[in-house]
Design a protein around this ligand. Sequence first.
Ligand code: NAD
Length: 306
Amino acid sequence: MNASPKLLDGRWLAGVVEREIAQEVKSLAAKYGRAPGLGVILVGANPASQAYVGNKEKIAKRCGLNTFDFRFPEEASFEQVEAAVQAFNNDQKVDGILLQLPLPTQLASRQNVLLDAISPAKDADGLHPENQGLLMRGEGGLRSCTPLGAMKLIDLAYSSVEIGSEAVQFSQIGAADLSGKRAIVIGRSILVGKPLALLLLARNATVTMAHSKSPKLADLTAQADIVIAAVGRPGLVRGGWIKPGAVVIDVGINRTQDGKLTGDVAYDEAAPHCAAITPVPGGVGPMTVVMLVYNTLQAFRIRIKE
Ligand code: NAD
């Protein structure tokens, strides 16, 4: 038992990434006469989505990006949202496009048609089939923000930088080689679980994908050196499931009856068994947001062939 595991502070790491992005944006803007642009489409008044979009735009602006948005009422038509996607596709000032999910019920069944309409070169959320196909083939392309952020937190777990230090540069946290490590990804969505499993595979981890139909989840988890929980069930992963010394990344965001945010891992039980663990809130969430800005910068660089 390790009574004090490394706390993978996503707010701090997001700040490290943000500082680096801001520097790059400054020099690219000076060189090319414009900063990268993020275009956001928000449909409806889901309070969580409004908060996420507000936060994403705030961080993007803080990094020096230009932001543009289309905001539609709950009852917006498919054609209206599709036209917004096309407007951003054709807008030379926009490098990255985010269609905030979930969409209202009348659009939900055609969500993938709208995601497919986003130009793959501007797909800041990495959900276009072309980008997901490139990921599967182990080639370039834009990666989904949450899996990308989770991977950076795994890199942090295996790095020796001092978490919390103002002096740390993002480049000091190298890509961890996960050869010989067993990882379990619990959850198989296209947003989180599947791309994360492929990213871990690309780092040579031996990956198990588990989901709602997987038997013996506790036994599978107990074999893993890296545990990713991306389910949406508070406290699903119990402390006794964790192999001593494992790295635990809790992607889940759940709201308790008293309004608090909590993850999919029973944190207090699990932490003493871990070498490193993410808190909820303050772990994967802030990394997801900053990775959207990072992806927009990547898209800008690719478009201008920098
Ligand atoms: P989803 O509902 O699309 O997928 C959930 C997955 O969990 C499914 O693949 C399902 O098979 C699996 N599952 C359900 N019950 C299970 C069980 N009992 N045992 C094992 N697996 C089970 O959700 P998602 O979009 O992948 O999101 C997962 C969680 O991550 C949610 O809590 C969501 O809010 C959160 N999330 C967080 C961030 C972030 O930035 N931190 C980003 C995206 C999603």
